[in-house]
Design a protein around this ligand. Sequence first.
Ligand SMILES: [Zn+2]
Length: 104
Amino acid sequence: MPTINLPGKKKPEPTFNRRINKARYNSPEWIEVRKKKLALNPVCEICKTENAIGVTHKDRIATNAETSKELLYDIDGLLSVCDSCQRKEQIRKRKEAHEQRLKK
Ligand SMILES: [Zn+2]
């Protein structure tokens, strides 16, 4: 189905956040801290069985546009995760974000 952009209907924030996140996760700081974290914890810290393929923030807040660099690239705020746990974490954080929006 084609998308019709009606006048006066602005696209919401996510595009902005996504752009910021993309820049962050391509930054040398992130690549460095991610590499360090995976070297430190090569096994998934959630299921403790699979090899970790990536890292994720423990706290959902860390992906907000306002988040400081110190918090974002803080190795103690990260978890090494396998593919399956990373997906589950993304879903959990999305739900959490949704619930917080409902509370406002
Ligand atoms: Zn896992």
